[in-house]
Design a protein around this ligand. Structure first.
Ligand code: HEM
Length: 222
């Protein structure tokens, strides 16, 4: 792997050092784990609390692509991104100097007026690029992977557990630099199927073997 990675930002290409390589690997792991976990939490939360959206995805699995895109836009887990200013300039009347740090609120941009009815979750919203993965040269390197993970997770979850709900009366708590839920207790049981809520091709008998299950994402420390 090392022989294939070269740094070109310093004028001449050179191999990355062992330490730099470890940094890159560390960055990939850190950037890829907590983010996806946080986004999965919000996605499962949304479909637990919006049965109509859940039904639509179950009935039309093609909706999973726009559904995930809307989850990324509506439940933006990254508030924004910092950038170092490289030249003196003025932005909308505000002077900015070379070397200043600025912070772009990408999460706010995801509720911009360019999105019709921006504060509503619209599961089949026509695709308009959003800033969940930011933009520019440092745009999320794992965006395509993250999208795939979320799409597969939603499809598979709803295939196996089409009916579930949040199993807590306590308010859900967000934490951290990434807006993740500290805990999301979910429960599902065969009772809902017995009430005739099952749809799709799965047989109620499949679920009749299950008892109510509660899943809680482990609380994070720090
Ligand atoms: C839902 C999941 C994810 C979200 C919302 C997300 C979001 C972001 C955002 C907003 C940035 C900052 C971009 C910028 O400063 O312009 C970023 C950077 C980055 N992400 Fe993700 N990310 C996710 C998943 C992943 C995954 C799965 C990986 C890799 C396995 C990954 C790897 C990276 C890397 C390496 C960077 C730094 C890019 C750079 O500085 O050039 N991310 N991500």
């Amino acid at each position: 792997m090392r022989s294939r990675i070269e740094l070109e930002s310093e004028g001449a290409a050179r191999l990355v050092s062992h330490e730099e390589l470890l940094d890159i690997c560390f960055m990939l792991v850190v950037a890829g784990l907590d983010t996806t976990r946080a986004q999965l939490g919000w996605m499962l939360y949304h479909f637990a609390t919006h049965p109509e959206d859940r039904r639509r995805v179950i009935e039309d699995p093609d909706l999973v692509v726009s559904a995930v895109e809307e989850v990324l836009r509506y439940y933006s887990i990254i508030y924004g991104d910092g950038r170092k200013v490289v030249r003196d300039m003025e932005y909308q009347g505000c002077p900015i100097k070379k070397g200043d740090m600025i912070y772009g609120m990408t999460s706010a941009a995801n509720r911009d007026r360019k999105f019709e009815d921006a504060d509503s979750f619209i599961i089949d919203r026509a695709p308009i690029p959003n800033l969940a993965f930011a933009a520019g040269p440092h745009r999320c390197l794992g965006a395509h992977l993250a999208r795939s993970e979320l799409q597969i997770a939603l499809q598979e979850w709803l295939r196996v557990i089409p009916y579930y709900h949040v199993d807590s009366d306590e308010p859900l708590i967000e934490r951290g630099a990434q807006l993740s839920l500290v805990s999301l207790p979910l429960a599902w049981s065969t009772a809902e199927e017995a009430n005739g809520l099952l749809c799709g091709s799965q047989s109620p008998a499949t679920y009749a073997l299950d008892t109510a299950v509660v899943m809680a994402l482990p609380p994070l420390t720090g």
